[in-house]
Write a protein that binds this ligand. Structure first.
Ligand code: 4NP
Length: 166
């Protein structure tokens, strides 16, 4: 997939551990895409390796489940070089992870780097705070932001796909 050919839209959501925010974003985006008829490859990864192979944090699984989405089958992995070629968009959940992606991106990587909230009106660049050391409320707040963010991304990609088909 190296090279300049426009390939199928594919999104990789990235946080630090890939056990809280990016698994929620992956699950929430997949649900929105399915509901809106948006055909898209979706995955998530972490910039850190501490939790590789682990299931999402039980608090993330619970908040997703309360919203009708099952993320319990996901397994944490770390971002790798190929991701910068395999995905059309790599979407960071906060600024520190965006900077980590920028510093690791191969010079000829083709993925566009962005932040989750960039597509939400008036909230470009806003980070989704790390809920890991917080209480249930921190996971609820993260879920709210993630829902807004993934809906806005789906809207944008739907607009673009209509344009490409026209
Ligand atoms: P995440 O949350 O980046 O949203 O998955 C975290 C998970 C683990 C750690 C920090 C944040 N940690 O320090 O282990």
């Amino acid at each position: 997939m190296h090279g300049g050919i426009e390939h199928k839209t594919s999104l990789l959501f990235v946080c630090l551990g890939n056990i809280c925010r990016s698994p929620m974003a992956e699950g929430a985006f997949r649900a929105v895409a399915e509901a809106r008829g948006l055909s898209c490859i979706v995955d998530s990864a972490g910039t850190a390796s501490y939790h590789v192979g682990q299931r999402p944090d039980p608090r993330a699984v619970t908040i997703a489940s309360l919203n009708g989405i099952d993320i319990s089958g996901q397994s944490a992995r770390q971002i790798e070089r190929d991701d910068f070629f395999r995905f059309t968009h790599i979407i960071a959940l906060d600024r520190a992870n965006l900077e980590a992606l920028r510093s690791r991106a191969p010079r000829n990587g083709t993925a566009r780097l962005a932040m989750l909230m960039d597509e939400v009106d008036g909230r470009r660049g806003e980070p989704v705070p790390d809920p890991y050391y917080g209480e249930t409320e921190a996971f609820e707040a993260a879920w709210q932001m993630i829902t807004l963010g993934v809906e806005a991304w789906a809207e944008r990609l739907l607009r673009e796909s209509v344009r490409f088909r026209a």
